[in-house]
Design a protein around this ligand. Structure first.
Ligand SMILES: Nc1ncnc2c1ncn2[C@@H]1O[C@H](COP(=O)(O)OP(=O)(O)O)[C@@H](O)[C@H]1O
Ligand code: SF4
Ligand SMILES: [Mg+2]
Length: 337
C-alpha cells in the first residue's frame, strides 16, 4: 500500500483576467484529483500555459484555490487558518525557475541561510555549522557563505536555492522548471544534485518541466498537463515508451533529438509565451481541448469532454480514442519522413 503524503481532491484554480472594461474568470486548473506518494518523484509536464505552475503552487496553497481540498495528514490545507498554515509552511518548499530573481541580491549567502534557520527555530549556536553543512551538501565551498548572489553563476545560484529550500528540512519540494533557465551543459548536474538530495533525505519531489526527455529519466510518475488538466498520469517508463494520450505522444516527439525539425519543435514548446496552438482560455472549446491539434480526433471528441480513465498501458488518460498499448511508431507519429 502506498503512503500518500498529499492528496488533491477536486483542486481548482480560477484567475480573474481583464476583458475589455470588465473582468472575466479563466479556469487555469480544472478540478484535479491527484494522490502524491511519500518519497516519489512526480513530474508535471506540458507546454507553457498548460497550468503546471498553477498546479504546483496550488498544491502548496501558494495560490488560493477556488475549490477542492488538499489533504495533508489529517488536515485540509485549503481550510486551514493562516496561523496554522504558516506553522506548516517549512515542510513545503518551492524552487523556482529563475535563480537570479529568487535570491536577495543584497544578502550574503551565509546570512540568508541564517535567516531561514532562525525562522525555523534552529538555535544560534548551531546555525553556522548547519549553514556550512547545507552549502557543502549542494557541492559548493564554505567560502560561498561570505559572498553575495552576484558572485555566482546560474547553476551555482540554483544550488544555493536548493540549499535554502533544504534548510527548513521540508518533506515536499516543488521544483518549478528549476533548470530551464540554465545552460544546457549544466542542467543535468543540477537535476542530478536535486535527485541525489531527494533520495538521501527521503523527500517527496514534484518536478515541473516542459521537457519530457529530462523527466522520463528521473521521475517515478509523470502527469501530463494540457489546458489546465491532467490528461495522462502514468509511471514514467511506460508513459515514455508507450503513451496513451495523443498529446503525450506529441510531447515525446518534441523531446530533444539530433534532427533539426524536432529540435525546433522543442524550442517552440519551451518558449515562455503560451503556444498559439492552445485554445483560448476565455473561450474554451466544447469537448476535448486538444481536438484542434489531435490526429486521432473523432466526432465524439467534439461533443464530450474526456475524463481520466484507466488505460491498458497501466496509467490513466483522458481520451476517447487513446493510442493502443502496442501502438506502432507510425500511430504515435514517431516516423519522420
Ligand atoms: N496570476 C494570473 N492571473 C491570470 N492568469 C494567470 C495567472 N497566472 C497564470 N495565468 C494563466 O493561467 C494559465 C496557466 O498558467 P501557468 O500555470 O503559469 O502555466 P505553465 O506553468 O504551464 O506555463 C495560463 O493561461 C496563464 O496565462
Ligand atoms: S479525446 Fe479525441 S481529440 Fe482528445 S486527445 Fe483523445 S482522440 Fe484526440
Ligand atoms: Mg510555469
Amino acid at each position: 500500500m502506498t503512503d500518500t503524503i498529499l492528496a488533491l481532491d477536486g483542486l481548482t484554480v480560477r484567475y480573474p483576467v481583464r476583458q475589455g472594461l470588465g473582468w472575466r474568470e479563466i479556469t487555469a486548473l480544472h478540478p484535479t484529483d491527484l494522490d502524491i506518494a511519500r518519497g516519489e518523484t512526480l513530474a508535471v509536464v506540458g507546454e507553457s500555459g498548460s497550468g503546471k505552475t498553477t498546479l504546483g503552487r496550488a498544491m502548496l496553497r501558494l495560490v488560493e484555490p477556488s475549490g477542492g481540498a488538499i489533504r495533508y495528514g489529517g488536515t485540509d490545507l485549503v481550510q486551514l487558518a493562516p496561523r496554522r498554515l504558516r506553522a506548516l509552511r517549512p515542510r513545503f518548499q518551492m524552487i523556482f525557475q529563475d535563480p537570479y530573481s529568487s535570491l536577495n541580491p543584497r544578502r550574503r549567502i551565509g546570512a540568508m541561510l541564517d535567516d531561514v534557520l532562525a525562522h525555523v527555530g534552529v538555535p544560534a549556536s548551531e546555525r553556522v555549522a548547519r549553514a556550512r553543512a547545507l552549502i557543502t551538501s549542494v557541492g559548493l565551498d564554505t567560502d560561498a557563505l561570505e559572498r553575495l548572489p552576484s558572485a555566482f553563476s546560474g547553476g551555482q545560484r540554483q544550488r544555493i536555492a536548493i540549499a535554502r529550500a533544504l534548510a527548513t528540512e521540508p518533506q515536499i519540494i516543488v521544483a518549478d522548471e528549476p533548470v530551464s533557465a540554465l545552460d544546457v551543459s549544466i542542467q543535468a548536474q543540477v537535476v542530478n544534485l536535486l535527485i541525489d538530495l531527494k533520495r538521501e533525505r527521503g523527500l517527496t519531489l514534484v518536478f515541473i518541466s516542459h521537457d519530457l526527455g529530462i523527466v522520463s529519466a528521473i521521475a517515478d510518475r509523470i502527469a501530463v498537463m494540457y489546458f489546465g488538466e491532467i490528461v495522462e498520469l502514468a509511471p514514467a517508463g511506460p508513459l515514455a515508451a508507450n503513451p496513451a494520450h495523443p498529446y503525450s505522444a506529441m510531447l515525446l516527439r518534441a523531446t530533444p533529438r539530433p534532427d533539426v525539425a524536432a529540435a525546433r519543435e522543442t524550442i517552440r514548446l519551451a518558449t515562455a509565451a503560451p503556444s498559439a496552438d492552445l485554445p483560448s482560455q476565455l473561450d474554451p472549446p466544447a469537448g476535448c481541448p486538444f481536438r484542434s491539434r489531435c490526429p486521432r480526433a473523432t466526432g465524439r471528441c467534439a461533443a464530450e469532454a474526456p475524463r481520466l480513465m484507466p488505460m491498458p498501458q497501466g496509467g490513466l488518460a483522458a481520451c476517447h480514442n487513446p493510442l493502443p498499448a502496442n501502438a506502432t511508431h507510425d500511430e504515435r507519429g514517431l516516423v519522420t519522413t
